[in-house]
Design a protein around this ligand. Sequence first.
Ligand code: GRF
Length: 197
Amino acid sequence: MKRLAILISGNGSNLQAIIDAVQAGRLQARIAVVISDRPDAYGLQRAERAGIPTVTFPLKPYKKAGRPREEYDADLAGLVGAFAPDLIVLAGWMLILSPAFLSHFPRQVLNLHPALPGQFPGTRAIERAYAAFQRGEIAHTGVMVHWTVPQIDAGPVVASETVPIHERDSLEDLEARIHATEHRLIVRAIEMVLEAV
Ligand code: GRF
């Protein structure tokens, strides 16, 4: 059974989609660990409920001690590596990972981004897409899953899907449509790459 390490920072609805797919036998994999940089991430409770080991690994103590970000990333790599994952999934992980982490896992770290390739990198991508639609700059948005590289929300695309925006959409409508798409796409992308790793 292929082993997944899933990194989260918050709600964990994408983590839940992966848990559901594993439990239903739609995804042939074991979630070896869920790691959060935030102790209060709701996703940790979702993992615990599913009997998955969790680790909280906050950045704050490193910052307080004046330690460089690379040290956090290197220690995180050690922590993740100890669970011997075949694949690492950033599912709503909000910290940017430097080569001090990524160099340990070449072509092994998937990231999920709620926009199409090359669009709206960084935080609040859905809000920015919604505003761009209001200004007539884009006709639709989307979701992508890609291999993680040091540049934010860039890297070789594994799967992407267009998401329509309708004239009468509120931001909440669009968010709901994007999240539903993410929940499908992240499971499909993991399935695809697990066949290759
Ligand atoms: C998702 O929209 C993901 O693409 C973005 O952060 C959100 C996380 O949602 N990077 P959740 O924690 O999986 O519910």
